[in-house]
Design a binder for this molecule. Structure first.
Ligand code: ADP
Length: 553
């Protein structure tokens, strides 16, 4: 089979103005970035009733691959094919995974968004703008300390970090301000990947540029010497940061291989941040399409839980359907099969590994939103395996439909599209978050751990308890909670596959993201700056004198 990049190059791509015209938005709000990309001013968002919002989520990821983006894009094309005007709303890729291991985030096979080389690389520069806004704040903090430190910033308690959009483990722990007088005050600092930053999360949850500015001003960047929180607005940095982000806040328009509209905007990681595309992009898509298909990162315990409890709650939006993506390969891996043997039929392992899918499906039902399952079919899946999986899903009271968008594009997803439409039409969504905001932060964490991860209980380290006290004392207890956890397990142990039971979760620390509007509870060893593998994807990439790229997946 051709590579994703080869398939994308063969597509009949339309000028972006033609896609924009299909949307019916005022062309004065459409700003072309080259021939095939555009930004749309949020002013174009208008009231539209009865658009349906579909969330695509998945089982616990394994190296075998799940394909949420592939299903999201395939389903968008399938819905359009059956005559339902549908817009995809996706996250934008980070360069870290593009040059690292995971790869891009434009879907795969015949279910892709294009131009994938642009979207995967610099796109319209949003991530660079976020990096710059964040690092502008850092420069202003260190400059403030150097120039007399009027705010009495405690240099040991600076809570924000420098960022860049490349995996670079050497920058995880650094010292800045070395070199003597006039070089600043030396202090320990750290780099994170841009998509882990609070600026990214704030941009994704903002309702307008002014709302973003307010959120940036609300970021607690440090404590003062009296252990009181210092806000970015105390430093007066939010105006300049918002200036840097004035275009990054505008959602980006591209197209699928089948020339259907896709709005791609914002991309916080789902293990360390809230993992959803921007609220503005989702609202824009809902103001255009009759159906909107969006996705949230990693498994449903991370991305979908945060989509529901953070993004939906804070934006006032309500989902109409949740699609859980399941692959036979991944379930067999959860059932104990080694990666090298996934191509062999194994009904017993599938039965064992189904416990993982079952837990994800049941969890999603707890939000009051109808659920359906998409089986993302891989070439080695056997008929017997597909039938067994469908049967097991039906026993949980949910429909399971094959999705063959990767292999066939929209022709392979019309069945799923029909089931999606029928499920929405026949089932009322009665969305409710899993916890009320009035609970204490400990109670909220416990609720997620018990209801979604199915943990027995939660332990808080001494450091976590200290932070809980700080949050309570300073009035941050009413914020929703964003749990930073490994994506590879329901538990905080990445090796505990399938549906682990009888485990406890340990919260080792808490970070306040007051600008974004949530509290981050850190479990396990979650890295906010990934490293590169022994042979990173970057080493396979090249470009020739005509600008042809090779090695981009
Ligand atoms: P996610 O959004 O869950 O991270 P992606 O949609 O990005 O997953 O897919 C991950 C990888 O798996 C991509 O390289 C994609 O091309 C590949 N992939 C997805 N679905 C299939 C499939 N049905 N057959 C083969 N490869 C697939």
């Amino acid at each position: 089979m051709k590579t994703d990049f080869e398939i994308s190059k063969e597509a009949h791509i339309l000028p972006i103005e033609e896609i924009a015209k299909k949307l019916g938005v005022d062309m004065n709000y459409v700003e072309a970035y080259g021939k095939y990309k555009a930004k749309i001013d949020p002013k174009a968002i208008k009231e539209k009733e009865n658009s349906k919002l579909i969330l695509v989520t998945a089982i616990t990821p394994t190296p075998a691959g799940e394909g949420k983006s592939t299903v999201t894009i395939g389903l968008t094309d399938g819905l359009n094919r059956i005559g339902k005007f549908t817009v995809a709303a996706l996250r934008e890729p980070s360069l870290g995974p593009v040059f690292g291991i995971k790869g891009g985030a434009c879907g795969g096979g015949y279910a892709q968004v294009i131009p994938m080389e642009d979207i995967n690389l610099h796109f319209t520069g949003d991530l660079h703008a976020i990096t710059t806004a964040n690092n502008l704040l850092m420069a202003l903090i260190d400059n403030h300390i150097e120039k007399g430190n009027e705010l009495r910033i405690d240099e040991r308690e600076v809570k924000v970090r420098r960022v860049m959009d490349i995996n670079d483990r050497a920058l995880r722990n650094i010292v800045v301000g070395l070199g003597g007088r006039n070089m600043g005050y030396p202090r320990e600092d750290h780099f994170m990947i841009t998509v882990a930053s609070e600026v990214m999360a704030a941009l994704c949850l903002a309702n307008s540029l002014m709302d973003l500015k307010e959120r940036l001003g609300n970021i607690v960047f440090a404590d003062n010497m009296d252990k009181e929180p210092l806000y970015v607005r105390d430093l007066g940095a939010e105006g300049a940061m918002a200036v840097v982000l004035k275009d990054a806040i505008k959602p980006n328009l591209v197209q699928t291989l089948e020339n259907n509209p896709a709005i791609i905007h914002g991309g916080p990681f789902a293990n360390i941040a809230h993992g959803c595309n921007s609220v503005l992009a989702t609202k824009m898509a809902l103001s255009i399409g009759d159906y909107v298909v969006t996705e949230a990162g990693f498994g449903s315990d991370l991305g979908a839980e945060k989509f529901m409890d953070i993004k939906m709650r804070l934006s006032g939006l309500k989902p109409d359907l949740t699609v859980v993506v399941v692959t036979i390969r991944a379930l067999k891996m959860h059932g104990g099969v080694e990666k090298d043997h996934l191509s062999e039929e194994n009904l017993d392992a599938l039965k064992v590994g189904f416990a993982n899918a079952k837990r994800h499906i049941e969890n999603m039902q707890k939000f009051g939103v109808p659920v359906t399952v998409a089986i993302n079919v891989f070439k080695d899946d056997t008929e017997k395996e597909i039938e067994l999986l469908k049967e097991m899903v039906r026993e949980v009271g949910v429909e399971a439909t094959e999705c063959r968008g990767f292999e066939k594009g929209s022709v392979g997803t019309t069945d799923l599209a029909k089931v999606v439409v029928e499920t929405i039409e026949n089932n009322k969504s009665d969305f409710k978050p899993i916890y009320p905001l009035e609970l204490s932060i400990e109670e909220k964490i416990e609720k997620i751990a018990k209801e979604i991860y199915r943990a027995k209980g939660v332990n808080f380290t001494a450091e976590a308890k200290r932070k809980l006290k700080y949050m309570k004392e300073h009035g941050f207890s009413n914020l929703p909670v964003c749990i930073a956890k490994t994506q590879y397990s329901f538990s905080d142990n990445p090796k505990a596959l399938n549906a682990p039971e009888d485990f406890e979760i340990t919260v080792r620390d808490l970070n306040l993201s007051n600008g974004a509007g949530f509290v981050v509870a850190l479990t396990g060893d979650i890295m906010t700056m990934p490293g590169l593998a022994k042979v990173p994807a970057a080493l396979k990439m090249d470009i020739d004198s005509d600008g042809n790229i090779v090695g981009l997946f």
